[in-house]
Design a protein around this ligand. Structure first.
Ligand SMILES: Cc1cc2nc3c(=O)[nH]c(=O)nc-3n(C[C@H](O)[C@H](O)[C@H](O)COP(=O)(O)OP(=O)(O)OC[C@H]3O[C@@H](n4cnc5c(N)ncnc54)[C@H](O)[C@@H]3O)c2cc1C
Length: 382
């Protein structure tokens, strides 16, 4: 296996490093404090081609490999996790259903603006009564007047309510009373559609710059050409999309772990107690050495999952393993890094405290870690 980056990927990493250090690190913490999604930064990332990172040039993107995207994410997430979270949600679950399953007309109409960075994409799966159990959704699309009438409610949906949002690609039941259409369908609902409303931005422990909301659909009518893929195939489309999302959450976790490792190492070298830097105490050194080692293990799992996807091989099990391992490492490492900072690490003005707050959701989003266990166990034949 060769995970070394090609020239295009190295250029992308350099671009992301420069932008992350110069702009994101300087401006995003304020948005985090204010609980505001910094769409100004996301627009600028769009101008750099980053919002279409995984979409081919033919549809307005830059056609980067998954390995290149992971490497780029390591730079963006190092500077701020909310911006990185909004970016990854847009790039994977927000855009891929249209790219992978849409018609050319749908790609032209909705994917191109997303890939060119003119709009932000959202993915509507979770509902108040259906999270891990995606089959249990209640949002329903009924055949009506040559189109579909959608009724239901989604929750925790990212990127749907910003001034850059285009609407949402959602999953709805399409099984009809007369048995004519089976299963689930995926539909695009644009933001100004009659009957489509949303709640206020939700307040999380972390990712405070990410726009996450409840969405309501009351007799929302959409024409047939807003059905993405076949009416019976929506669930499998959404689950396939989430597989890429898991690599992306793993990459986000790597960036968080690297960030807290850097912060804790720097702090340990300059904080003195008992007449010497605390980095001289083995108890502190071992924490840092453990974080560095676990990070490296998580990193190779993540790059391997990305490499498998790029080389057209099955990557479902590896993506679940990468997400499980990397998010666990991130949540544990953030806690250890706060410990190394002592009381200062508890204060929200410090970057390490913000990363700590941002770390928990990595074990929940895009399939909880318990669900990753189930995916892996199933791959083992259990
Ligand atoms: C900040 C944020 C952003 C999000 N963005 C989006 C988004 O853009 N789009 C979207 O559709 N969703 C989004 N989500 C939703 C997220 O994907 C769900 O929260 C997640 O899938 C878990 O679903 P749930 O919250 O309903 O928990 P539940 O499914 O109710 O799970 C509760 C607990 O039970 C456990 N559990 C459930 N089933 C099993 C089982 N079979 N075996 C063992 N344990 C089990 C879970 O692991 C968990 O610990 C977001 C969530 C957050 C917090």
């Amino acid at each position: 296996m060769d995970f070394s980056l090609g020239e295009r990927e190295r250029d992308l990493v350099g671009l992301c490093r420069d932008f992350a250090q110069a702009e994101i690190a300087a401006r995003a913490p304020r948005a985090w404090d204010e609980g505001r999604c910094p769409t100004d930064l996301l627009r600028e990332m769009g101008g750099l081609g980053l919002l279409g990172v995984l979409i081919p040039e033919e549809w307005g993107g830059i056609g980067m490999s998954t390995v290149g995207f992971v490497a780029a994410m390591e730079q963006i997430g190092l500077a701020d996790q909310s911006v990185a979270a909004a970016w990854q949600a847009h790039v994977t679950i927000g855009s891929l259903p249209l790219y992978l399953f849409g018609t050319d007309a749908q790609r032209e109409r909705w994917l191109r603006p997303l890939a060119e960075g003119r709009a932000l994409g959202a993915f509507g799966l979770t509902e108040p009564d259906a999270g891990s159990d995606a089959r249990g959704i209640r949002t329903r699309a009924e055949r009506r007047d040559g189109g579909w009438l959608i009724n239901g409610r989604k929750t925790f949906i990212s990127n749907a309510g910003t001034d850059m949002s285009f609407g949402v690609t959602l999953l709805a039941r399409t099984d009809q009373a007369d048995g004519s259409t089976p299963g689930y369908g995926s539909f695009v609902v644009e933001k100004d559609t009659e009957g489509f409303t949303m709640g206020p931005k939700m307040r999380g422990i972390g990712w405070r710059g990410l726009d996450t909301r409840e969405l309501y659909f009351d007799d929302v009518w959409v024409p047939d050409d807003q059905l993405v893929g076949d009416a019976g195939m929506g669930l499998s489309q959404f689950l396939r999309t989430l597989e890429v999302g898991r690599i992306s959450i793993a990459a986000l976790s790597l960036s968080l772990t690297q960030a807290v490792l850097d912060l804790a190492t720097d702090y340990a070298k300059q904080r003195e107690q008992f007449g010497q830097p605390i980095s001289k105490f083995q108890a502190v050194q071992f924490k840092l050495a453990d974080i560095a080692t676990e990070l490296e293990a998580a990193r190779w799992l993540t790059y391997r999952a990305a490499y498998l996807r790029d080389s057209g091989q099955a990557f479902q099990k590896e993506a679940a393993m990468a997400k499980l391992k990397a998010s666990r490492v991130a949540a544990w490492a953030a806690s250890e890094a706060v410990q190394i900072h002592g009381g200062l690490g508890y204060m929200l003005d410090t970057p390490v405290a913000r990363f700590y707050c941002d770390s928990k959701v990595l074990e929940i989003g895009e399939g909880t870690n318990e669900i990753q266990h189930l995916v892996i166990a199933r791959a083992l034949g259990c």
